[in-house]
Design a protein around this ligand. Structure first.
Ligand code: MRU
Length: 357
């Protein structure tokens, strides 16, 4: 684990403020549910698994604030805080998955339980969500590492690294494991307009880990592929439907189209918490719309005239037909994905070898 984006120690929730990277590595405390909501909304903490982990601890923080009197009030308070935190960002299903786990712990509590007993059960669950996420990231990395050959060029988009998760990454976990296995290769990081998660976060993480990383603007990917520099694309995802359609940071779909046009394999790397078993395909994935100023005045500096129209969807959906394989904690899934993803949603820790590479 190269950094700890979300930590919980002695009842204090702390995150790395990712809006300050790469200039400074600053940890901030989140003492209230409102501060957790803001941190998620403003991308101080971001990346689908990290949002889920932070929100799980946010339920604890929020419950502590309200100090409900009876066991029934406590369960209702957990639901209220979870509902509130669920309004922070719509696309990453990990947020709703983690909040549901916290709701279920509250629902299962005994009506005679004390506030301390419920608090302890919720704390165990949030810590388990964090620990499991780190474990799943390492398993994803181990499952995908062989895809990166000696001398390869790997293109990634946004940040699906340690910062986006409990600490092991998803797409970048594959890269870390290939690096630890001793292979030398070159990562190309899309800068990822408009908020530059690739430039600010992925380049920072990889450079810090001693992995060669070359930054490109998003609109250079086609040229870089035609020059033969890219052997595979690996990205993360925020929500994957049962057929394999995958929502990820805006620009991912375009990369998948470019990869297909150049005959380059295109992989997504996800833990099972990123699967939405309720969706048959990607048409039902909610796409977050974000503020116009992120495009017209990124980081506070105006770069476009006032009064113009702006459209700022934060995610797009890559159709399963453009995805070569899905790297999960259980192994690499080949298309068609529906059978293997349905098993991933229900199987817990075991998947039949028939659906895995
Ligand atoms: O808006 P962000 O920075 O939260 O978007 C994050 C991404 O798109 C990541 O690629 C995705 O959450 C996968 S993280 C393992």
């Amino acid at each position: 684990v190269s950094c700890e984006p979300v930590t919980w120690a002695d009842g204090t929730l702390r995150i790395i403020d990712q809006t300050r990277l790469p200039r400074e590595l600053i940890y901030v405390e989140l003492p209230t549910a409102a501060s957790v909501w803001d941190a998620i909304k403003t991308l101080q903490v971001r990346g689908a698994p990290a949002i889920g982990v932070c929100a799980a601890f946010g339920v604890l923080v929020g419950l502590r604030e309200t100090a409900p009197a009876t066991a029934g009030d406590r369960v209702r308070a957990v639901h209220q805080v979870a509902d509130y935190l669920g309004t922070s960002r719509p696309t990453a299903v990990n947020l709703f998955w983690a909040l549901d786990r916290m709701r279920r712990v509250a629902d299962a509590a005994d009506t005679g339980d004390t506030a301390e007993a419920l608090g302890a059960a919720l704390e165990r669950e949030a810590c388990a969500i964090l620990a499991e996420d780190i474990e799943l990231g390492h398993r994803i990395g181990a499952a995908g590492a062989a895809l990166i050959r000696e001398g390869a060029g790997v293109l990634t988009h946004c940040n699906a690294g340690a910062l986006a998760t409990g600490g092991a990454g998803t797409a970048l976990a594959v890269i870390y494991h290939a690096h630890v296995a001793g292979r030398r290769f070159q990562v190309y990081a899309d800068e990822t307009r408009p908020l530059l998660q690739g430039a600010r976060l992925t380049a920072w993480e990889l450079h810090r880990a001693g992995i060669p990383v070359t930054l490109i603007c998003d609109n250079m990917a086609a040229q870089v592929m035609r020059e033969g520099r890219i052997d595979l694309v690996i990205v993360g995802a925020d929500r994957v439907a049962r057929n394999g359609d995958a929502a990820n940071k805006i620009g991912t779909y375009g990369l998948a189209v470019l990869a297909r046009a150049h005959g380059i394999p295109f992989y997504i790397a996800i833990p099972s918490s990123t699967l939405d078993p309720a969706l048959n395909d990607g048409t039902g994935i909610p796409i977050e719309q974000r503020a116009e100023e992120e495009i017209t005045a990124p980081f506070g500096y105006p770069i476009a005239p006032e009064g113009i129209g702006v459209y700022n969807p934060a995610f797009d959906v890559t159709p399963a037909s453009l995805i070569t394989g899905i790297i999960t904690e259980h192994g690499i899934m080949d298309p068609p994905f529906t059978d293997s993803l349905c098993q991933l949603g229900t199987a817990g820790t075991q998947l039949s070898g028939a659906v895995l590479r």
